[in-house]
Design a protein around this ligand. Structure first.
Ligand code: NAD
Length: 268
């Protein structure tokens, strides 16, 4: 039997953290090494019983440093404010870091790229296989259909989501922009309100819906004269994100230091 890969989870009691615990427990050749949470929440709890599974004898700690020390790869689905400390720990320890947290700014990405000089970083706004195929398809459609087709990205998420547009919507917009040889921040329109005037050619628009328990719906619309092409993805469970993140963690073993995306992991 291969030596199991020791996986740590920061933010392990969150919605995604719990899915990640279950996914690691179900993954062959993976071992649940450690997990952290914010002080007060679930500290000292067994990570197995936290998700209704058998006890693992691995307890939730408040010290992210201990998670990195015990793991060969750490998965972060927390919050933008928590990520910089985890990025520093990855760089200092050389442990791989898989980042699913969204709502990141340029500073977060720059710090991750800097850490990637010393270790493996995999960052993706969406770890599902379907969305990553959609990212590739969106780039191809934008290239093939050309500038006569107006591009709009529509997304819906549950009422607890704190960032908008979603990281996945922005990634789809970036793929569309890349297909047209543009940078997204040169052509995006994240919000429309009031007398905004006619739609400028080349703009990539976003529309954000929030409500209920929607895990994540995304549609990219290419609206031309006399026809419309729409490509959609609908997540019906969080487990697909967790499966992708754990797949990225397993993939990271033995890779050279670098900044990778889920498209690298999947070979798309
Ligand atoms: P959540 O609020 O349920 O979970 C976040 C957890 O992180 C909480 O338990 C919180 O206490 C913990 N946390 C915050 N700061 C921490 C710190 N300093 N140390 C340890 N733990 C800390 O949120 P969620 O729905 O699980 O989503 C988490 C993030 O993952 C969000 O940014 C979300 O957009 C993103 N997400 C990404 C994907 C993807 O595929 N990339 C999929 C789903 C969600």
């Amino acid at each position: 039997m291969a030596t199991p890969i020791k996986i740590g989870i920061v933010g392990c009691a969150g919605r995604m953290g719990r899915m990640l615990i279950q996914e690691v427990l179900a993954t062959k050749d993976a071992a649940l090494a450690a997990g952290s949470e914010q002080p007060g929440a679930h500290i000292g709890e067994d990570m197995g019983t936290l998700v209704g599974a058998a006890p693992t004898n691995v307890r939730v700690v408040a010290d992210a440093g201990a998670v990195f020390a015990a793991s060969s790869v750490v998965i972060d689905f927390t919050a933008p404010a928590a990520l910089p400390a985890h990025t520093k720990l990855a760089a200092a320890t050389g442990k791989a870091l898989i980042v699913g947290t969204t709502g990141l700014g340029d500073g977060h990405i720059a710090a991750l790229k800097d850490a990637a000089k010393r270790t493996v970083i995999v960052q993706a706004a969406n770890f599902s296989l379907g969305v990553n195929v959609l990212l590739s398809l969106t780039e191809k459609l934008a290239f093939t259909l050309g500038p006569e087709y107006d591009i709009e990205v529509l997304e819906m998420h549950h009422r607890h989501k704190v960032d908008a547009p979603s990281g996945t919507a922005l990634a789809l917009g970036a793929s569309a922009a890349r297909g047209r040889g543009k940078k997204l921040n040169e052509v995006w329109r994240k919000v429309r309100d009031g007398q905004v005037g006619a739609r400028p050619a080349g703009e990539i628009g976003f529309a954000t819906l929030r409500g209920g328990d929607v895990f994540g719906d995304h549609t990219v619309i290419f609206a031309g004269e006399g026809e419309r092409v729409e490509v959609s993805h609908k997540a019906s469970s969080r487990s697909n994100f967790a499966r992708g993140a754990v797949r990225a963690a397993m993939w990271s073993k033995g890779k050279e230091s670098g900044f990778y995306s889920m498209r690298d992991v999947l070979g798309l």
